[in-house]
Write a protein that binds this ligand. Structure first.
Ligand SMILES: [Zn+2]
Length: 243
């Protein structure tokens, strides 16, 4: 993927390219600062604040995700009330998601719904078993470096068929077995316990993102990014952070 860093107006770029900010960049930063000040008085997920969200700190961004999940679990979600026409208009030419999420392809883990978010809020990578492939790594690096997502959450889920199949290790058709080597390190830790394997896999994939990507580890070192692992419980809809 070719990334045109020069055309980005992301605050991440402004702080790391070593040049003095131009007058235009300075104005953009001033506007962003005003938006952050406004956020204290506005609902976080108000569509009008959509462009301010990536200015959140890593911890605040993770907290915002978990608060969204809390609204989802309690049935008090607000994302569906947003004026989608207005949000589409605001995000048509630009996105500033406040979080990256790597989730499984499983149809029971609809990421935006789970975190009570709408258009433009979450940069999502999805692949069976929520594994870190080079393409997934590149996608999340783009989200963090170019779009400025201050947090990446790797989300495993209960009853994950990919982890279960990897544990069973039976012959499977097509390219399905290409998923298994990525999940094997978790199975090496937890044996035949699928649920433990799911949790271990989410943590190991998060560790892989943190440690094997110079781009992401650089942002973590600068305090601009946090990578976390979580577990989604199908029956309750609750996300629990894994340590
Ligand atoms: Zn799964």
């Amino acid at each position: 993927m070719q990334v045109d860093l020069k055309s980005s107006t992301s605050p991440v770029m402004n702080e790391t390219d070593g040049r003095e900010p131009t007058r235009r960049q300075f104005l953009e930063m001033a506007v962003a600062g005003g938006a952050i000040a406004l956020m204290g008085k506005m609902e976080l997920n108000d569509p009008h604040t959509v462009f301010a969200q990536s200015k959140l700190s890593p911890s605040a961004a993770l907290a915002a995700l978990m608060e969204g999940n809390g609204r989802f679990v309690s049935g008090r979600g607000t994302a569906h009330q947003h004026d989608l026409a207005v949000i589409k208009q605001h995000t048509a030419s630009k996105q500033e998601p406040f979080a990256g999420v790597l989730s499984c392809s499983d149809s029971r883990v609809p990421v935006e719904l789970v975190f009570d978010q709408s258009i433009g809020h979450i940069f999502v990578g999805r692949v069976a078993g929520n594994i870190v492939t080079p393409e997934i790594m590149g996608s999340l690096e783009y989200g963090a470096l170019v779009l400025g997502t201050p947090v990446i959450l790797v989300l495993g889920h209960g009853g994950c068929g990919a982890v279960k199949a990897a544990v069973e290790g039976k012959a499977v058709p097509g390219e399905i077995s290409s998923l298994f080597p990525h999940i094997q390190p978790a199975i090496d830790q937890t044996g035949h316990d699928v649920e433990a394997g799911i949790r271990a896999n989410a943590k190991l994939q998060a560790k892989l993102l943190q440690e094997s990507s110079p781009v992401l580890s650089g942002l973590i070192h600068e305090g601009k990014l946090k990578v976390a692992a979580g577990y989604y419980e199908l029956a309750t809809g609750k996300v629990t952070l894994l340590n």
